[in-house]
Design a protein around this ligand. Structure first.
Ligand code: SAH
Length: 246
């Protein structure tokens, strides 16, 4: 039997199949957190951030780093411990409270006047500010602009019909010359409905190409038992560096 057609990367195309119409509601995300269906969370943090930290930070200190759709990502703690200012956004209050309690970080909670029902959880030390609201409620007048972004499990979790809106917002939140590390996933979208959703390289170019230089830094084979159970026969993580030039 010829396995070459299944080799990682060879099936990559720009067709996202029926995923185009798929919508996961905020309530469904909250439900996932409630029942602990959070297989996307990485206890140990992400090896690609560890590996490419210098590319993101470029030797600078005291940067403002944004974590869209942050969940309880432990990488927020890493960057805060290095002296950077971390801002995240997440619809699940439980995720944010878990983040602080799992790292034994004291925090305070305050309303965000510009956002109806919005709250901000801030570490007492002041360098981690996590907004509990939909990312689409944010704007640079509320959260300011950022020097760096770690986007893992974020663009790939956004409903495909909202990608343009998400990218426009991210572009608005970025300082000139800022760096955006983006992790996407690649698999056969006809075999799994997502999330995470398959985001082809052609789409990254059409979403961000007008204001960013885009470089693919690495493709990593991340295929595991979980992906096998989803019915897949390959699964890659693809890391891009977006440099905001305009
Ligand atoms: N980036 C995190 C979480 C990935 S899962 C990590 O790497 O672990 C995607 C997360 O986005 C979920 O926690 C979900 O609750 C949250 N989310 C989904 N839609 C959102 C929205 N519109 N605004 C803010 N958060 C959202």
């Amino acid at each position: 039997m010829d396995h070459s057609a299944n080799a990682p990367g060879l099936l990559e195309g720009s067709n996202i199949g029926s995923q185009k119409e798929r919508v996961v509601t905020e309530e469904e995300w909250l439900q996932k957190w409630e029942v602990g269906n959070i297989g996307f969370h990485k206890e140990q943090g992400h090896p690609l951030l560890q590996k490419y930290l210098d590319v993101l930070l470029n030797g600078k200190s005291g940067l403002r780093i944004f974590f869209p759709l942050c969940g309880k990502a432990v990488e927020m703690k890493w960057l805060a411990d290095m002296g950077h200012n971390v801002v995240g956004v997440e619809v699940s209050e439980q995720a944010l409270k878990d983040f602080f309690s799992e790292h034994s970080l004291p925090y305070c909670e305050e309303p965000v006047p510009e956002i109806s029902g919005g709250k901000m959880f801030q570490s007492t030390s002041g360098n981690i500010s996590l907004y509990c609201c939909s990312i689409y409620d944010l704007s640079s007048s509320i959260v300011g602009k950022f020097d760096g972004v770690w986007d893992r499990g974020a663009l790939v979790a956004v409903n495909p019909c909202d990608r343009q809106r998400y990218a426009s917002l991210m572009i608005n939140l970025m300082e000139k010359n800022s760096s955006y590390l983006l992790v996407t996933v690649s698999y056969d979208p006809n075999k799994h409905k997502g999330p995470p959703f398959y985001v082809p390289e052609s789409e990254i170019k059409s979403l961000f190409g007008s204001c960013c230089e885009i470089q693919c830094l690495e493709k990593v084979d991340d295929f595991s038992e979980k992906h096998k159970q989803w019915g897949l026969d390959y699964f890659l993580e693809v890391l891009y560096m977006l440099k905001f030039v305009a």
